[in-house]
Each structure stands twice: as C-alpha cells, then as structure tokens.
Ligand binder design. Structure first.
Ligand code: MN
Length: 398
C-alpha cells in the first residue's frame, strides 16, 4: 500500500483509505472545509485549487461539482499525502483535530427519513400494534419514509434540548410538558451531491452519480409525543426538534470494499426498485453508547431496502434532487436483541430497562445523558471508521 508521510499506523481507521470531508472552525475563528487524516485535519480552503470548490468554507460547491471532481480531489489529496516532495507545502495546512470545532459541513436541502429495517419495523409494529400484523401491508412493496425538518439538523457535539409537547397518558389525560420518553434512533444518512432535473426519476443504477457519501445520524425521537400525534399523517413534532449528523462525511469512494448483497426480498420489488444488477447493501457495523456503556451493535448489512432503492423511490413521482438533500435509512436494527438501534426496542417500550456500567438503568433518556454513535466499514487494508455522532440531553426550556 502507498504510505502517507504522516506517521500513521497501517491499520489506522482514519488513514489514506478513509479521507472523509467536513467543515471546521479554527482557533482563529475561520470556517474552513477540511479532510480528516489520522488525528489531524487538512485545511482545504487554504489549500486552494480544485476550481475553488472549498473557498466558501463548506462542502456545498464540492458536492454540486459531481463525481468527476469528487474523484479528482480524492486522487489529488492521496497524492499530496504520499508524495514527500509536497510535504513542505501541505504540512503547514494540517491542524490538530483536537484544536478545531466541527460545524455542519453542508447546507442541508431537503431531509427525508426512511424506515428500511425489517427488524426495526417488525419490533415497532409489535410494540405499537400488539393485536395487528407487525408489518403494514405496504412495507415490503416500498421503502416507507417521511419528510423531516432540514433546518434542525445539527452537527455532532451539539446539545439536544429535551422537547416539550402534547402527549396522552395511559389514563387518557392529554397533557403538555417535557417529553418523558426521549429516545435515539441509530441511522445512516446519505448526502446528495449531483442534482437531478424535475420529472426525471433517478434509477437505482444512477445512485453513485448522485450520492456523494454517507454519515451516521441520530434521529432523536420523543416517543410519547410521536405516539399521540402520528395518526394518520406520520411523524411530526416528536422528531423535528433536532437531528444530529456526524461532522465527517465518508465518500462512497472510500467504501468500495463495503458493498454486500442485501437480504432476499419477497415479494420481488416492482421493476423501478429492482436492484439485482449489483450488490447495493453496505456492510457497516454501528455501535450505540449511552454514558460510555455500549448498549447495541446494529448491523447495516441487514437492512431490507438499500440506499439506491430509497433514492429511486424518493424521485419516482417526479420530485427532483437538490445538492445537499439528505436522506436517512431509518433505525438500523438487526435480528438479535443486542442489535436494536433505539431504546424503544432495546427496552421493549420501557418494560425491560437497559443497565449501564454505573449500575443505573434506563428506559428512556434522562437529562445529562450522552449518546455516541460510531461505526466501522471494511476497507481495502482493514476497517475504516465513520465519523461519530455525539449528543447530550439538556433539560427542557418549557
Ligand atoms: Mn428515524
């Protein structure tokens, strides 16, 4: 393998095989676009070149530039970090990760959240509708989703204020107040770079022409607000108060070793959702930590619907893509108890609290609790890491 002139272990999960992109604020107050290498970030705004796509200090223009530019920039960065002759020019533009603060790396256009895990949908169906079928009749025919609130997507590390809202207590009383059932959803989000024209659905096979990369996402969910409001139009205020996105966007180019076949589908999807031409699943292993205790390890490879199918479905009605569109997978849950991606499932609606390392138990989140999502993917020379999503709950302001 090619060597970086930075001192990195061969198996560093943030090595040359990874090279994710983000935006950070430096100690002197500048906001710059950046690539992460090891425990440092390369200031792409100061680096210049690349048709000035990083001049604004965000990834917006880079995302819009499309796959040719994405490939050229990655190849150029790899060359700069391996060619000793470029070291004197590039090294002064490296900043220690610990000395910069991440900011939201791009302008989020539309935000959609799917519901693509069969294990999650089945568990939630059993909890919310114990007397009915676990899956709704449409579930295996289309990737179910809803439009969320792009304006409240926040970068990892941002505190999350406990939301207030209406809920109905078990005795039928309708109350207003801070949510008592605040939850997480461990998800993987996909970032659209190349836009598409109106009324031209994006086929499954065009996925890599439009989607730049992916990032972990925590879809914070107030279950008590959600359970009361969601009939019949779906999630609303129980979700829209905050959605946390990782600071580092992993380009699809870094995930070439991670593609896997999704689980078998029965019934076969309609032709516009046929993704049998190549493997469109991704072998990502997520970890959910609550106050430092690992409470789950959800496997993304178990997802029923693939990100390419979600993209095809999202545009099949003629809706076009914009640069910065963000769509998330829905809670990632596997078949095992220790693979569930939210507390609702892990605690079976609070009836089986999880035990933390300090001896305390949680049914749902308490003020002060901190949740961290991490993940790894197979790389060409060993696992690569996805950027973490970190968030701490602060008390309600109402
Ligand atoms: Mn969700």
């Amino acid at each position: 393998m090619t060597r970086c002139w930075l001192r990195l272990a061969d198996d560093d999960p943030w090595g040359l095989d990874n090279l994710p992109y983000g935006a950070v604020r430096t100690t002197d107050g500048r906001q710059v676009a950046a690539a992460r290498i090891g425990e440092q970030v390369l200031d792409l705004t100061a680096l210049g070149g690349f048709d000035a796509v990083f001049a604004a200090g965000t990834l917006d223009a880079f995302l819009a530039a499309g796959p040719r530019v994405w490939r050229e920039v990655r190849a150029a960065l790899t060359a700069m970090l391996t060619d000793g002759a470029q070291r004197t020019r590039v090294e002064p533009l490296l900043l220690p990760l610990a000395q910069v603060s991440p900011v939201l790396p791009f302008t989020v256009a539309d935000y959609v959240d799917f519901y693509a895990s069969e294990h999650h949908a089945t568990n939630v169906g059993r909890i919310f509708r114990p007397d009915g079928a676990a899956l709704t009749p449409n579930w295996k025919h289309l990737p179910i989703g809803y439009h969320g609130r792009s304006g409240t997507v926040v970068v990892s590390g941002t505190d999350v204020v406990r939301p207030a809202g209406q809920a109905r207590d078990p005795d039928g009383t309708v109350r207003f107040g801070p949510s008592r059932r605040l939850d997480i959803e461990a998800e993987v989000a996909f970032v659209v770079g190349t836009p598409s024209p109106p009324n031209r659905p994006v086929p499954v096979r065009a996925f890599t022409e439009h989607v730049f990369g992916l990032a972990l996402l925590n879809d914070w969910s107030a279950r008590d607000i959600q359970a009361w409001e969601y009939v019949p139009l779906g999630p609303f205020l129980g979700k829209s108060f905050a959605t946390s996105l990782a600071a580092w966007i992993t380009p699809l180019e870094a995930l070439s070793a991670a593609w896997v076949a999704p689980p078998p589908r029965d019934p076969a999807p309609l032709p516009y959702l046929d993704d049998s031409d190549r493997p469109y699943g991704l072998d990502l292993t997520l970890t959910v930590e609550l106050n430092g205790t690992v409470i789950s390890r959800p496997p993304f490879a178990a997802m029923y619907w693939t990100p390419a199918q979600m993209l095809a479905h999202m545009t099949v009605n003629g809706a076009h893509l914009r640069t910065g569109d963000l769509y998330a997978s829905g809670t990632v849950s596997g078949p095992e108890q220790g693979q569930r991606g939210c507390l609702l499932e892990l605690t079976w609606a609070g009836s089986e609290p999880v035990r933390l390392a300090d001896g305390s138990h949680r049914s749902f989140l308490q003020d002060g609790d901190e949740v961290v999502l991490t993940a790894t993917a197979p790389g060409p020379h060993g696992p690569i890491a996805l950027g973490e999503v970190r968030g701490r709950i602060s008390s309600s302001r109402s």
